[in-house]
Structure formats: structure tokens, C-alpha cells
Design a protein around this ligand. Structure first.
Ligand SMILES: C[S@@+](CC[C@H](N)C(=O)[O-])C[C@H]1O[C@@H](n2cnc3c(N)ncnc32)[C@H](O)[C@@H]1O
Length: 288
């Protein structure tokens, strides 16, 4: 299923796309936000960035539709200053953090526990560590720390213990095997509304893709590529992402000003139409 862009009109409003402005969509994905920005103002230029080589396929279509106004670069967003060091500075940048529906729904990539797939979870083929490596080779303590630090899972130690017991019998190779191990560790009891495996899968994904380090580096480097007065718009999906954005703003409050005092969340209608939007939180800032 193609990714449905989240908080689309709200994000575009915050980005303030004016005539001839230069925009970065730092998380191109399936290009939902990019296409809406290109259509919103017929004179703006958009640079799409995504670390996933598969995003390039969708980007080629957009490039053919908007040859003068859109370009795609396959890269991590922590490298934005290197990518754009010789270009004029930008008016607006959008970060829609996390993974896209196309990534989650491709079971061969191992992001989802809804159907069986290999334990991979890398956003880019150039990354080296996979979920298989972590669950089969890391120490029990390191696995527990990853699950606790990046998943905020209170039962991290029980889950890590069970993983290490299971791998003594045979390697853990698939997402459903891991999901069953997590359920065993929690004695098949439900502790919250979300699936027992959600936090552990989130933790592994964040660790493997160094998602939090990427966000911190990218935000810190924004003054190198933005004009004064530029807009920065972020969409986060969990507390760890939001915490980094809030800390970055607080630590730079002399130059990074909030546009909206309160965060913007999806409407009831949007959540009904696209349940994956339910945890999205939109923030807008001006670089003064
Ligand atoms: C939520 S999706 C974005 C969806 C997009 N806004 C759309 O409308 O189709 C997040 C995308 O960001 C990409 N991504 C995540 N971390 C990244 C990073 N550090 N650098 C570049 N791209 C990243 C993922 O590969 C994924 O395609």
C-alpha cells in the first residue's frame, strides 16, 4: 500500500511555501508531501531526500512530472549540509520521521510482525547491522538495554532473557518467531492496548537505523543550510522523536522559535481514514 501522507495540509501551511521558494523534503518516502508541495505553488523547487534506495523509484516518476522543479537525492538527512554545501540556502525543510507504509508493508524487509519475514529492518541496503544480528549475537544485557532505551519497554529484561534462551535452541530468523518469543516472555498477557511486540520492534528498528542520532545531527546542522526566516516542520510518531525535537528547540531558543505553541494532531476524520496517523504530532519552527 502506498504511504498516505500525514497532516498534509497542516504541514504545508506551516511550511509557508511562497513563490520561487526552495524546499527540502528530508524524508521523501513515497513522495506524498513532496507532490502536494509542488502542486501547492507552481514556482517552488523541491529537493527530496531519503536514505531508502527504493524511494528512488517513486522519485523518478515525480522527477519526470516536474523535471524543472524536483530533484531526488538518496542519502541520510544527517548529511544535508554535505549534500547542499554549494547551493543557495533553503526557505523550508520538512521532516516526517520514521518509516513509510511501503516499508512496513513489504514483509521481506522485516519491519512488521503482522506477517512472517526475515529479521532485517534496515532502511537502506548500505546499512550493515540487521535485527537478525542483534537477537542472535548481542549479549542479553545489550539486547535488554536496546529494548528499554529505544522502545521504553518495561519488560525489556524478561524479553531479552527469553530471546537468549530461544537462540540456544536454534537461530531466530523471522519476525513471527521473534513475536512469539516476546509473547512467551510476557506469558501471553496483554499489558496495554498495543501489541506486545510493538515496542521491541520499534526499539530494534530505531537502533539499527540510528534514527535518534540521525535526528539530532540533522537538526543541529540546519543553520548551515537554511536562510534566516526559514521554516522547519517536523512530524514525529513517538515520545523519543518528540523529545529530541523539543530539546533541540529549548537548547537553541534564541534562534529557533516555535510557530505553534501547541502541537498539531490529526483530526478524528484523518485518524479514521488513516489509522497510522493516530500518533502523529506536528511542530513548526522559524530559524531567526
Ligand atoms: C514517514 S516516511 C515519509 C513519508 C513521506 N512524507 C510521504 O508522504 O510519502 C519516512 C521516510 O523517511 C525515510 N528516512 C528515515 N530516516 C531517514 C534518514 N535519517 N535520512 C533520510 N531518510 C530517512 C524513510 O526511509 C522513509 O521513507
Amino acid at each position: 500500500m502506498a504511504h498516505t501522507p500525514v497532516l498534509l495540509s497542516e504541514a504545508i501551511e506551516l511550511m509557508q511555501i511562497s513563490d520561487k521558494c526552495k524546499v527540502i523534503d528530508a524524508t521523501f518516502g513515497d513522495g506524498g508531501h513532496t507532490k502536494a508541495i509542488l502542486n501547492y505553488n507552481q514556482t517552488c523547487n523541491v529537493f527530496g531526500v531519503d536514505r531508502d534506495e527504493l524511494a528512488a523509484t517513486q522519485a523518478k516518476i515525480v522527477e519526470s512530472q516536474y523535471p524543472e522543479r524536483f530533484r531526488f537525492l538518496c542519502s541520510r538527512f544527517s548529511l544535508l549540509p554535505e549534500l547542499f554545501q554549494n547551493t543557495e540556502k533553503f526557505d523550508s525543510v520538512l521532516f516526517d520521521f520514521g518509516v513509510s507504509s511501503s516499508q512496513i508493508d513489504d514483509y521481506n524487509r522485516g519491519f512488521s510482525f503482522m506477517r512472517d519475514g526475515p529479521l532485517d529492518m534496515r532502511m537502506s541496503g548500505t546499512d550493515t547491522i540487521t535485527a537478525f544480528d542483534i537477537v542472535n549475537t548481542y549479549s542479553q544485557k545489550d539486547i535488554a538495554d536496546i529494548i528499554y532505551n529505544y522502545g521504553e519497554e518495561r519488560k525489556s529484561r524478561e524479553i531479552a532473557k527469553r530471546i537468549v534462551e530461544a537462540r540456544k535452541v536454534s537461530s531466530i530468523t523471522t519476525t513471527l518467531q521473534l513475536k512469539n518469543i516476546i509473547n512467551d516472555a510476557l506469558h501471553n498477557k496483554k499489558f496495554s492496548k498495543i501489541d506486545n511486540a510493538t515496542k521491541t520492534f520499534q526499539a530494534l528498528r530505531i537502533y539499527i537505523n540510528q534514527e535518534l542520532e540521525e535526528i539530532s545531527s540533522a537538526l543541529a546542522a540546519l543553520p548551515l543550510i537554511l536562510k534566516h526566516g526559514a521554516r522547519i516542520v517536523t512530524i514525529s510518531f513517538h515520545a523519543l522523536e518528540s523529545r529530541l525535537v523539543k530539546e533541540w528547540q529549548r537548547n537553541n531558543s534564541n534562534t529557533i522559535k516555535k510557530i505553534n505553541k501547541k502541537v498539531i494532531k490529526p483530526s478524528r476524520e484523518e485518524i479514521i481514514q488513516n489509522p497510522r496517523s493516530r500518533s502523529a504530532v506536528l511542530r513548526g519552527f522559524i530559524y531567526e
